[in-house]
Write a protein that binds this ligand. Structure first.
Ligand SMILES: [Fe+2]
Ligand SMILES: [Fe+2]
Length: 149
């Protein structure tokens, strides 16, 4: 079963939620590309798009953790790094047809659904109670789409 955006993935921080929606949208896009017989080059382009966005999202989330002095930044960042390494090695194998785009999508779907509700939720809860506020937080309401505004 492939990941879809779902209310249970919404953690209550507009920046993180917006980026997670985008990441899931890109996984859906990859799923559609695979199922609609897009050629190999096209699928590789979408896989790169997903990987680059994941990389961006991880940097953004790690910056946020630093800004609020989250106590477990390095442990959380290590989990991000391990996924990126795994994606990188899968991309190499997909190029040489030892693995397939469906395998990458499978890994991403499972990783995201597990990581968001278990690890990212801890950051969002910490943000809620932290005296130190994320840089630019006051801009979220103006720039990000939210169910709350
Ligand atoms: Fe994370
Ligand atoms: Fe995340």
């Amino acid at each position: 079963m492939y990941i879809h955006w779902d209310k249970k993935l919404e953690l209550g921080n507009d920046l993180i939620d917006t980026q997670h929606r985008m990441l899931i949208l890109l996984c859906r896009k990859l799923d559609i590309a695979i199922k609609s017989n897009v050629d190999k080059k096209g699928i590789l382009r979408v896989m790169l798009e997903v990987k680059k966005f994941a990389e961006f999202h991880f940097i953004s989330e790690e910056n946020l953790m630093h800004e609020i002095a989250y106590p477990e930044v390095s442990q959380h960042a290590l989990i991000h790094t391990e996924l990126l390494k795994r994606l990188e090695s899968m991309l190499v194998k997909i190029h040489s047809q030892q693995e397939f785009p469906e395998d990458l999508l499978y890994v991403l779907n499972h990783w995201i659904s597990d990581h968001v509700v278990n690890e990212d939720l801890k950051i969002v809860n910490y943000v809620k109670n932290s005296e130190q506020r994320p840089l630019g937080e006051h801009l979220y309401a103006q720039y990000l789409l939210s169910d709350n505004n």
